[in-house]
Design a protein around this ligand. Structure first.
Ligand code: FE
Length: 208
């Protein structure tokens, strides 16, 4: 089986936010899709390790901010590669606004947002699949939406340029999710990317 086939599925990238005990938090997700029109419902898959996941289970509410192609890697790092348990991700680096559900959505690098009321949860093991009703929504700009494919091609750091011919190439492993380079070979089977926390199966062998 060639699991690389999964990379050919289309996804977007979103900041998923929640609010609990007076604290705002958010994370990056790529699995948001509209599933019905009447009532207007979406499905969102979230890793259980995310602090945002716990807040969503507690409050049954969330907001999805839809990122644009201009989104800098720093924003992905801010919301995706650190935990809301340790830092305040809504620290003023990016402009926000509180929606009608009292949750924050981003105003920078975002072309639309939807407020969601969770109506059903399905345990998927590592993740929870949330079925949610859209209670409010707005379009903020006409900028094109950031797709996962665009992120991989243009947004995340690219591997360093090929080494000069006289230098001996070294084998390393590159995280296909965030671009992090593990210098060494082999990559330990239980290795976890220090930036995005994805496992060894998301690394590919590269020469640096
Ligand atoms: Fe990574």
């Amino acid at each position: 089986m060639n699991t690389k086939a999964m990379f050919n599925l289309g996804y977007g990238l979103y900041v998923l936010s929640a609010r609990s005990d007076g604290k705002d938090n958010g994370c990056i997700v790529n699995t948001v899709m509209q599933v019905t029109d009447s009532p207007l419902r979406v499905m969102i898959a979230v890793n259980k390790a995310n602090h945002t996941h716990r807040m969503m289970m507690e409050t049954m509410e969330c907001t999805v901010s839809m990122l644009t192609e201009e989104t800098p890697f720093d924003l992905i790092r801010q919301f995706g590669f650190q935990s809301g348990r340790d830092v305040d991700k809504f620290d003023g680096t990016y402009q926000t606004e509180r929606g009608s559900n009292s949750l924050l959505h981003l105003k920078d690098y975002v072309n639309a947002y939807i407020n969601c009321k969770i109506v059903q949860t399905t345990d998927l093991g590592t993740h929870t699949l949330f079925l949610a009703e859209v209670t409010d929504a707005d379009v903020l700009s006409a900028a094109p939406s950031l797709t996962y494919a665009y992120y991989h091609k243009h947004t995340k750091p690219q591997p360093a340029a090929a080494p000069a011919a006289e230098k001996q190439a070294k084998t390393a492993w590159r995280c296909t999710i965030c671009g992090y380079i593990y210098e060494g070979d082999p990559l330990p089977e239980d290795y976890i990317c220090p930036l995005c926390k994805h496992g060894a199966s998301d690394f590919e062998k590269v020469e640096i």
